[in-house]
Write a protein that binds this ligand. Structure first.
Ligand code: PAF
Length: 288
């Protein structure tokens, strides 16, 4: 058994704790925690998961294995207080939505062993001590820095939980396309994902947003299914779901717009391409 640390105790952090606590000593790193325990029940099995909690000040051992499960906008800042505990061999798996936070972290810690994960798992926490694993999905993981490789990752994350990808960038971009297409529109129209297909005005808007996403995708050299086709399938399968961005907006939390449409606009500016519909959408979300 080795020590695995998790930063972020939301649904994804808890899901990984439930996976890895069968094989390792799993501890959460929280803002303020002095060796206390954190328990939650994994549903539907009703299994109790018990982990220790530490904060950056009470941790003195080096961190060898870390799952970073914060929101995208917290990711880099969450690592800063534990920088002194990270070494070249430290392996970090990034679980963030969108794009941009992964690039910020790699720029800041180029010498670490960093992986990114693109997940289709469905999980939520109806309360602080319950995790509902609502839909089993795939965790596609690949290397973001040179020292990251499948063999090292397999030595602590069992194969049953991951699907190794030789080129994770394209996988992350594809999920990013879907998030850029669906998430901001669901906030503007305050609707479930499926409504973006059912309501003809929303549907037209979705198509316009997707055309611009495709232009940037092609300019970046990716040959992927169109953003509209990708988004349409996800809207159909998750018709009744409320996107993560809409849930954040409704709960008066920060949204991940900077790491979705915000990042798309940065890429479009870099490539000297116009994205007027996405620009308007971005401004509207910022004012919402
Ligand atoms: O961010 C989300 O909520 C989901 O990734 C998505 C793609 C909108 C499906 O519900």
């Amino acid at each position: 058994m080795s020590n695995v640390y998790i930063l972020g105790s939301g649904a994804m952090g808890c899901l990984w704790a439930s996976y890895l606590s069968q094989y390792h000593n799993v501890s959460f790193i929280k803002r303020r925690a002095i060796g206390e325990q954190y328990e939650f029940t994994y549903q539907p099995n009703n299994k109790l998961i018990r982990c220790m909690c530490y904060d950056a000040k009470t941790l003195s051992r080096p961190i060898n294995r870390l799952i970073l499960a914060t929101k995208a906008y917290d990711a880099l800042d969450a690592l800063k207080p534990i920088t002194h505990l990270l070494a070249e061999h430290t392996e970090i798996v990034l679980l963030q939505n969108g794009l941009g936070s992964q690039q910020e972290i790699v720029k800041h810690f180029p010498h670490l062993t960093i992986y990114a994960c693109s997940s289709t798992e469905g999980a939520y926490k109806p309360d602080e001590h319950t995790l509902v694993h609502a839909g089993h999905g795939l965790n596609k993981i690949g290397a973001l820095t040179q020292s990251a490789n499948f063999q090292s990752l397999q030595s602590w994350i069992p194969n049953q939980f991951i699907l190794w990808q030789d080129s994770i960038e394209a996988i992350l971009w594809q999920k990013f396309m879907i998030n850029c297409a669906i998430n901001p529109l669901t906030v503007i129209y305050q609707c479930a994902n499926g409504q973006l297909l059912k309501n003809s005005d929303y549907h037209q808007h979705l198509k316009k947003i997707c055309v611009e996403i495709d232009i940037i995708t092609t300019a970046k050299g990716y040959q992927l299914t169109s953003a509209y086709e990708l988004a349409r399938k996800v809207c159909e399968v998750t018709a009744e779901n409320f996107s993560s961005m809409l849930q954040d907006a409704r709960n008066h939390r920060h949204t991940e717009i900077e790491y979705m449409t915000g990042y798309l606009l940065k890429e479009s500016a870099r490539l000297k391409l116009e994205c007027p519909n996405n620009q308007t959408l971005y401004s509207a979300i910022q004012q919402a």
